[in-house]
Design a protein around this ligand. Sequence first.
Ligand SMILES: CCCCCCCC/C=C\CCCCCCCC(=O)SCCNC(=O)CCNC(=O)[C@H](O)C(C)(C)COP(=O)(O)OP(=O)(O)OC[C@H]1O[C@@H](n2cnc3c(N)ncnc32)[C@H](O)[C@@H]1OP(=O)(O)O
Length: 186
Amino acid sequence: MSSTWTLPDDLVKPEVPDFFPAPGDPLPQHWSKCFGCGDDQPAGMAMSFTAGENCSVTGRLEVAKRYQGGPGVIHGGILSSAFDEVQGTACMILAVPVVTAHLEVDFARPIPLGAVLEFRARLEGTVRRKVYTSSEAYIVEGPGADPNTPVATSRGLFLTVSSEHFAPTAAFVDGVPTSPFETSAV
Ligand SMILES: CCCCCCCC/C=C\CCCCCCCC(=O)SCCNC(=O)CCNC(=O)[C@H](O)C(C)(C)COP(=O)(O)OP(=O)(O)OC[C@H]1O[C@@H](n2cnc3c(N)ncnc32)[C@H](O)[C@@H]1OP(=O)(O)O
């Protein structure tokens, strides 16, 4: 690993709010059309999540054949998306929207198609709007299963945003909006 990622000294660990699911309970998807977790996104990854202790979240991804990059192995971009999703989900503890500003991934071992990945992620803490997260991925079922050896690791910086952040793109939820004359409305 060659990361230069360091956590700041003034990191604040948030309190987990009372309404947040208890450790072991499932977490809701944050947006039904999300590629990572949404159930209204047939081409998506359908990840699922469980709350953990101390600002941690566990994510699950079944490595489908369509996620292939090199022969027989997961595409690195898909793996990065899964880290993005689980670390973003850990930010739900803050109960405000977040977006990814920076994400870095170390790919430690090849991950075969058919594996089931478990992501052990956590919100490390916040500084102003900056939210520091990290995660490791393990193969817990299928080919190469070894729940004690990480196959990839990630660190991500998220920023809290207001709901207005999404206003300029909200019209694109179902694709590029078109006028009645079939020309772009934007
Ligand atoms: C159970 C109940 C739950 C309740 C409700 C929960 C709600 C759901 C919550 C959560 C689930 C989320 C799950 C999502 C998972 C997937 C997320 C994605 O994939 S998001 C798509 C990809 N990302 C983008 O599209 C962003 C594009 N970029 C931007 O929009 C901007 O660049 C943005 C917002 C990231 C920053 O812009 P600025 O203008 O707001 O911020 P500035 O003022 O520049 O910076 C603020 C601080 O951040 C640092 N910063 C900004 N960008 C940085 C970077 N790339 N690297 C390092 N630092 C950075 C700056 O240095 C500054 O730091 P200093 O406070 O001064 O110390």
